[in-house]
Ligand binder design. Sequence first.
Ligand code: GYE
Length: 346
Amino acid sequence: MKKTVHLTAILLLLATFLVACRSSTVSETSTSAESEKKMITVGFSQLGAESDWRSTNTDSMLEALSKENGYTLIYKNGQQKQANQVTALRMFIQQDVDYIVLAPETETGWDFVLKEAKDAGIPVIIVDRRVDVEDRSLYSCWVGSDFELEGTKMAAWIHEYTQFKGIADEDVHIAHIQGTLGSTAQLGRTRGLQNAAREYGWNILAQESGDFTEVRGKEVMSSFLRQYDNINIVYCENDNEAIGAISAIEAFGKKVGPDIENGEIMVVSFDGINQDAMQYLREGKISCIAECNPLHGPRVQALIEMLEKGEEPEKYNYVAETLFSSVSEIKSITVGDKTYDVDIVK
Ligand code: GYE
């Protein structure tokens, strides 16, 4: 009798356990199915990690396309090689992601892989730099900066400043440290300078890529200094290069600053993200920085949300940007019929 009671109790317990197990499995599957349904899978191919701008940009993307915001993000760092980015895109296609986000290293060479994405029915959003493809329908939209405008504004600032100082255009001798050749940021910023140099008759003494890095910026500047003794302006295409260039100039025994009539070498650059560069700006070691905003994460998120709703975003989405300077005399610059205030940083 005792034995039977025991057995019944055990059987009862077992049954309750099984029911409990089953119902918990059912409810688990249904919640995970629900949340999986809502999660959007994004493959993000970042070009590399060359600068402070880039790390801030990566952080912004990872933060916006987070689990909490409903995204399953597959992030790939291209290590500065387009071939790696193409491989990443092919992997995303194979994984059948919902969206591909591409921050391309250089503009050309994307036609084939973007066609593969299109054939697979995966929308592609381009961020930061652009792609130069024959068929623009290969990507949904782009968000980033107007790099040529950044360069044109910087050139206008240099012109205002040299005019204000009474320096003749033919006495403007520029060393130009370019970004990664063939990238939209390089092409636009270089165009902005070259157009102004042609217009005003400035002398661009030398031009070489510093690959947007501090190390290369320093190397390139050291070699310029050994070749030319009349450089009075250094146009760096990002802050990391500027920091490298400044250390090269100081190691060479020259002073950096805006006082070019008295032998200082004036440094200008782009980004405004690197805290050391902002400190140099306050100290007058960098005279002007054209802002380049890297916080594209929420912008890409908004574009994906539009596409999710079946809406068609603008093809090209530009971010508004300013100029930072510690030279308080130049309060604004004019490009075409537009006047831009300069943010005086103290
Ligand atoms: O200015 C530079 C970075 O493409 C806008 O790339 C970007 C540029 C940025 O490495 O610092």
